[in-house]
Design a protein around this ligand. Structure first.
Ligand SMILES: Nc1nc2c(ncn2[C@@H]2O[C@H](COP(=O)(O)OP(=O)(O)O)[C@@H](O)[C@H]2O)c(=O)[nH]1
Ligand SMILES: [Mg+2]
Length: 213
């Protein structure tokens, strides 16, 4: 009979949670607010972080950690808007974990008061691996189709804020933004939902408000 031993996985997750708590404590002691940004590849995470950095650079000293398999494209994009950035290359790992963050955080933590962490594009594994951020945000876009939320309940249950992005393409995709929002609310009534067209900067003010920034 095929048997899977869950004990190893459970201890791995417990270890990650402990480390995440330590990271959160360390960030708080340094006066840094932190936001973990999750979502599928291409949903608009980097675009949103570019817009947030541009809009908030007068009010906060911003840092960003960008998780990606090999490239520095996302960190470079965000850095152009004045944020201090560091790319975490995960190799073949499909999500960031607290270990990655504990090593990378010192690269940007001096003289910042707001830290964004762009997770690797994935809607499954990041749900199980908190990174020690104060808030978790998930970005989906209408181009991912109408069942995106229903198929990934765990990540929405984890999220304080959910963005429904690319609303400019909703009609072409024949996807209802209202239905996606209702799906999120059904899974997680307390998650704040923000509708955006990030490329045009629409919804940025609402997002800033939802994040309490
Ligand atoms: N039409 C449209 N395209 C968008 C929007 N937001 C982002 N994009 C585009 O979607 C692509 C992927 O965006 P990116 O921010 O790199 O996604 P990430 O992989 O989640 O970081 C880019 O070509 C963006 O210009 C939007 O609101 N509407
Ligand atoms: Mg990106």
């Amino acid at each position: 009979m095929h048997k899977i031993d869950m004990r190893d996985e459970e201890s791995l997750l417990a270890h990650n949670r402990e480390l995440a708590e330590e990271i959160n404590k360390k960030l708080k002691e340094r006066g840094i607010r932190s936001i973990d940004v999750m979502g599928a590849i291409g949903s608009g995470k980097t675009t949103i972080l570019e817009k947030l950095s541009e809009r908030l650079k007068g009010s906060y000293r911003i840092g960003a950690l960008a998780g990606d398999l090999t490239t520095t494209i996302d960190a470079d994009r965000i850095a152009r808007h004045g944020a201090k950035t560091f790319q975490i290359s995960t190799g073949k790992e499909c999500h960031l974990d607290a270990h990655f963050i504990s090593h990378a955080v010192d690269e940007v933590a001096d003289e910042i008061d707001l830290l964004f962490i762009e997770n690797v594009g994935n809607l499954i594994c990041p749900a199980d691996f908190p990174l020690g951020a104060d808030q978790r945000m998930v970005v989906i876009s209408v181009t991912e189709g109408p069942y995106m939320v229903k198929k990934h309940p765990y990540i929405f249950a984890e999220a304080d804020v959910a963005v429904i992005n690319k609303r400019d393409l909703a009609e072409a995709m024949e996807v209802s933004v209202e239905d996606l929002e209702a799906d999120i609310k059904e899974i997680s009534p307390d998650t704040r939902v923000v509708r955006m067209c990030a490329r045009a900067g629409e919804g940025i003010d609402e997002l800033i408000k939802a994040l309490g920034l």
